[in-house]
Design a protein. Structure first.
Lengths: 349, 277
């Protein structure tokens, strides 16, 4: 295919991505390096103050008011602030103070625990903390449960498989806000889980009132929602395991577990890598459970932090600063995949 | 292969059974209580059977005007899928046939774009669309979804096009077709399974998105998913909570039908999107 034809074919897609993804990304960097405010000026305002017996007095005061441009709209002043917005968003001065504070003769674990506590009081760092906890705790469970499920359903009798796969797809396909809500509604104070446990004599449990239970539920939700993806890929992968290698291992006296470990897992290794990478990318963007559980106090995430700054505070420069920091994390996560693509595309030539 | 020992069979049946219940129960329960009055939906102890009515759905769809959001969702998803597929097929076909390094750079850029958290883009859209007067319009939301969809769509479709032998289009070119004719008349007819699968995933992205729609669309222009935000939170008004549950059920029904009909395509799409792409 010639270059000219190639360019013609990719143009619509490339232009859409440039205009609505690449340019906005540059825009976000620009926003994070600037601050803006509505220009104000002091204006003389005359008011008439009533005195007594119908007499009045004129008072002139200086009142700050928004400056209006020629078009009648408020004038917005943009200022280049360098890294100031990002420094403020990441609360770097506070962070430095926490890390260098003199802590006397406390023991080392104590100091680390204190620092951890204080650092996670800062918006950005607490969001980063739970995002990373979520990412790294869910990943092994997603891969492990997905693999066991693939092994088990692979053994299920043919007529059952279809409906098992159907049920398995549900947590992944259903709108994330809705699936998070369906879990949330199970754990309301008077909902089915709490009242069943109360019936069974566990006393009244308030799942949504403590950091530990909220975090646990959100992480369990994350695992529940991502297992189907791992399962589908591994289930398809199991069909490609060379049966003669399995037979050979069995003939050599390996038991089931040894066969799985020596033949199946090495064969599926590339799949495990893909699942881990894609899941980590998705987990890093966790948003819906934090929104639905309104858990930002107990468990915040980077996406939700930015969303809240945008939607509630309407502060685009602060949101953009958080966004820039978030993108840096994405790029770090992506490096291994980029290397793989490079090798693949080279093989095409 | 030798027969599995009893304990292994038992353990896998138990494991699969537990997973089956975990996967289905939250939705099952949500469906069940959506037909109830608040007293029965959140009773202690919970009941499996209780009087059922369509009251919540009537209130939501008719009294609260949920049909408007459903209409918005239809408009937005139909156009998003159509435009995404048109753009995506053209680009993916070219990427599967062009050996130069420009293709690599485009795919790499698409990969980085695909990993971008949507809120990062939203941060730029919000002030820009406001300034440009593009706020809260169907076209805006559709084009945003199309663009966000492109990376995934071209990666997935490219893996389908790679499976179509090059001899097919080369034969057409020899016979005097232009590239575009070869693409339209020879390649596309054998691509339908791939197009269907990519279309399903474009649909899911547009249908499932909460974040962008809730920020870019005002009031009556919201999609169903974004409109669900009106009913979020542990509301003290149980009636409102019940409407939220009915809304969540309304949103799930089309998806469940979709999975029932297209289960095979969804599975094959996930595999080709992740593994080959």
């Amino acid at each position: 295919m010639r270059l000219k034809t190639f360019l013609g074919f990719v143009a619509p897609s490339a232009i859409a991505m440039i205009l609505l993804i690449a340019v906005p990304l540059v825009g976000v960097v620009y926003l994070s390096l600037h601050s803006s405010h509505v220009a104000t000026e002091l204006k003389e305002v005359k008011t008439t103050v009533p005195l007594f017996a119908g007499k009045t007095r004129e008072v002139t005061r200086l009142v700050p008011q928004a400056k209006l441009g020629d078009d009648g709209k408020p004038v917005v002043v943009w200022e280049y602030t360098g890294g100031a917005e990002i420094t403020r968003a990441a609360q770097l001065p506070e962070l430095e103070a926490t890390l260098t504070k003199d802590r006397g003769s406390a023991s080392l674990p104590r100091i680390v625990a204190d620092m951890y506590d204080e650092v996670t009081n800062y918006d950005f760092w607490s969001a980063l903390e739970f995002t990373l906890v979520y990412t790294f705790v869910t990943t092994p469970f997603v891969v492990g449960i997905g693999f066991l499920l693939a092994l088990a359903i692979n053994r299920a009798t043919e007529p059952l498989r279809g409906s098992l796969i159907f049920a398995t797809l549900l947590p992944m396909i259903i709108t994330p806000v809705v699936s998070a809500l369906s879990i949330y509604w199970l754990f309301l104070d008077n909902a089915v889980v709490s009242s069943l446990l109360e019936q069974m004599g566990f006393g009244k449990l308030y799942f949504l009132q403590s950091a530990l239970t909220v975090r646990t539920i959100i992480i369990a939700f994350g695992i529940w929602q991502a297992v189907p993806f791992a399962f589908i890929l591994l289930y398809a992968g199991l069909k490609t395991v060379p049966q003669d290698a399995v037979e050979a291992a069995r003939v050599d006296g390996a038991n089931r577990w040894q066969t799985v470990r020596a033949v199946t897992i090495p064969h599926l290794m590339p799949l495990f890598v893909v699942i881990v990478l894609i899941h980590m990318m998705d987990a890093y963007r966790v948003f819906e459970p934090v929104l639905v559980f309104s858990s930002s106090v107990f468990a915040n995430s980077l996406q939700y932090l930015i969303y809240a700054v945008l939607a509630l505070q309407d502060n685009i420069h602060k949101a953009a600063s958080y966004a820039v920091l978030t993108v840096v994390g994405v790029v770090i996560l992506l490096l291994p995949i980029l290397r793989r693509t490079w090798r693949e595309q080279k093989a095409l030539r | 292969m030798r027969r599995a020992p009893l304990w292994l069979n038992g353990a896998s049946v138990l494991g699969v059974g537990v997973w089956f219940i975990l996967a289905v129960f939250p939705f099952f329960w949500m469906f069940l209580i959506s037909f109830r009055a608040p007293v029965d939906a959140f009773s202690t102890p919970p009941h499996l059977f209780a009087p059922m009515s369509l009251h919540n759905f009537y209130d939501l769809w008719v009294a609260d005007g949920f049909w408007r959001y459903a209409f918005n969702t239809v408009v937005v998803t139909v156009f998003t899928v159509a435009i995404s597929l048109t753009f995506g097929c053209l680009a993916a076909y070219a990427l599967s046939r062009y050996p130069g390094s420009l293709g690599f750079w485009l795919l790499t850029a698409a990969l980085i774009f695909r990993a971008m958290p949507h809120v990062v883009l939203l941060t730029a859209y919000k002030p820009a669309f406001f300034e440009l007067g593009l706020w809260s319009r169907y076209e805006t939301l559709i084009m945003v979804y199309v663009a966000i969809n492109q990376p995934f769509t071209i990666w997935m479709l490219r893996s389908f096009f790679m499976n179509i032998p090059r001899e097919l289009d080369e034969a057409a070119l020899v016979d005097g077709c232009t590239r575009l004719q070869a693409f339209r008349m020879v390649i596309m007819p054998v691509m339908w399974p791939g197009v269907l699968t990519a279309g399903l995933f474009s649909f899911l992205l547009a249908y499932n998105d909460y974040m962008i729609a809730s920020q870019l669309m005002n009031g009556d222009m919201a999609t169903m998913t974004a409109a669900l935000g009106n009913y979020l939170g542990q509301s003290r008004h149980m009636d409102k909570l019940m409407l939220g549950i009915a809304g969540a059920v309304s949103i799930s029904v089309p998806l469940i039908v979709l999975v029932l009909v297209f289960q095979k395509n969804i599975v094959s799409g996930m595999i080709s999107g992740a593994v080959k792409g």
